[in-house]
Design a protein around this ligand. Structure first.
Ligand code: EPU
Length: 421
């Protein structure tokens, strides 16, 4: 696979970019197929390497997966005699692999899943996942880097208070509780649109769930689930990324298939820095209010509906070019500033102190050789390169394939000078 992207910056973009289905929704919906005797069909599935990795993992568990990439459909059917071991060789590629734990325990009463370990953005433990599944009646031991889970008879509904909102722990617990005996009350759950999408899909499979998108979710367990078809929600992080692409390159871009109501806090921040985002029935348009300048601001990343951590790196690229001094405080992950040294190589003026970055805006960024370290860091470099003077070469670009479908083509179709080699 070609590992580098080359961008000649400073070009205005024009045209229309389609928004794909959400990566993080797909990675949660695919394991949900383990819960059911019936098949699950997902539409609007993006073509991403993380989706391929989840497919590989599910197949290793005995699931039959058919991915029709041309029409963006995934058909998943779990076998009645599954393999219950999620191997480290697959799990280490993608932390979302832990999302098979809840469904396997709920349906088959056993699971052995490799511990995902830390990654480039933080330690990312799974203690909340285990705490909640234990409250539903599972027991765990950790042996040789694997979590071994067991359910004596059946999972039982329970009241679970999460100490803080975790997207993954919420998803795993919901997927376990839908097949538990009795009622579960999950308090202080994540309210992300991808959780709402998971619940919508589970309901179409026959689950009884109330309160998704709110702080408390009530689930009444059922005995078994049925065949279903679900359309994956749009990728709000991809949408936010392309809104910044329009803003940073001072372009008038049109985005289709998206919905800004899932990005209210982020869109308000864009407005504060002088970027107008207008939603109509058919599209979203983004442009600078004053084409000459971007204002500074202060950003705090928070769980939904706050400013998303998954748009922090992209926002930092934009604020690198603002008038004045901005700050970004990363409250979700302890190490999500790996893009900063690379942005500095392009001429940005950023200082980090703990979880806070102070960004003193510069007049221009300049193309440089930089390297991607994780998914959102890599796309922040693409955004910076679109605005920079001269040529930028971004290495280790496989990170971007995990979460941005056809990004090179989408930007090139709008006039960006971008190619992969
Ligand atoms: N945490 C714990 N214990 C746990 C679970 C989480 O301490 O048991 C901590 C994490 O270490 C982190 C915070 O809680 O500091 C929030 O983590 P969360 O569980 O909410 O994140 P996640 O489920 O691992 C998902 C997305 C991430 C996104 C976060 C936050 C998927 C597959 N991943 O991760 O997406 O940043 O929620 O919104 O849904 C990305 O797409 O680039 C990405 C990293």
């Amino acid at each position: 696979m070609k590992e580098k992207i080359f961008i000649e910056g400073g070009k205005r973009l024009s045209g229309s970019i389609p928004i794909s289905g959400a990566k993080n929704s797909c990675l949660t919906l695919m394991p949900a197929s383990l819960l059911s005797e019936g098949a699950l069909t997902l539409n609007n599935v993006p073509n991403l390497s993380d989706v391929d990795t989840m497919k590989e993992l599910l197949e290793s568990l005995g699931c039959v997966v058919c991915h029709q990439k041309i029409n963006k459909t995934l058909h998943l059917k779990q076998s009645d005699e599954p393999l219950l071991l999620a191997d480290y060789e697959i799990v280490k590629k993608m932390r979302a692999s832990i999302l098979v734990l809840g469904p396997l325990l709920a349906r088959f009463g056993q699971a052995v899943v490799a511990l995902p370990g830390g990654c480039a953005i933080g330690a990312r433990p799974v203690n909340l996942h285990l705490m909640a599944l234990e409250a539903l009646g599972a027991s765990f031991s950790i042996e040789n880097g694997y979590v071994k889970g067991n359910v004596a008879k059946t999972l039982k509904g329970s009241k679970i208070n999460f100490p803080f909102e975790s997207v993954g722990a919420t998803a795993n617990t919901i997927m376990a509780a839908v097949l538990a005996k009795g009622t579960s009350e999950l308090v202080n759950v994540a309210r992300e649109p991808e959780i709402v999408d998971l619940c919508k899909c589970l309901k179409s499979m026959g689950c009884k769930i109330e309160g998704e998108g709110e702080r408390t979710i009530i689930i009444e367990g059922v005995d078994n689930l049925k065949e279903a078809t679900h359309n994956v929600v749009m990728d709000r992080i991809e949408l936010g990324t392309f809104l910044i692409a329009g803003a940073i390159s001072n372009s008038d871009l049109e985005l289709t298939g998206g919905n800004i109501t899932m990005l209210e806090n982020f869109v308000n921040k864009l407005y504060e820095v002088g970027i107008e985002v207008c939603q109509s029935e058919s599209n979203i348009r983004v442009r600078r209010i004053d084409s000459a300048s971007i204002n500074c601001t202060n950003v705090l990343t928070e769980p939904f509906p706050g400013f998303p951590t998954d748009l922090q790196a992209q926002m930092m690229a934009l604020l690198s070019l603002a008038d004045g001094v901005s700050s970004i405080e990363e409250q979700i992950f302890e190490n999500r500033f790996m893009h900063v040294p690379e942005l500095i190589r392009m001429g940005a003026n950023i200082e980090i102190s703990g979880r806070k970055a102070t960004i003193s805006g510069v007049d221009r960024l300049r193309g440089a050789q930089v390297k991607a370290t994780d998914l959102r860091a890599s796309v922040s470099l693409v955004l910076a390169a679109l605005a920079a003077e001269g040529q930028t070469e971004i290495d280790k670009i496989h990170h971007i394939d995990r979460g941005y479908e056809d990004i090179i083509k989408k930007l090139a179709d709008c006039g960006a000078q971008i190619k992969r080699y």
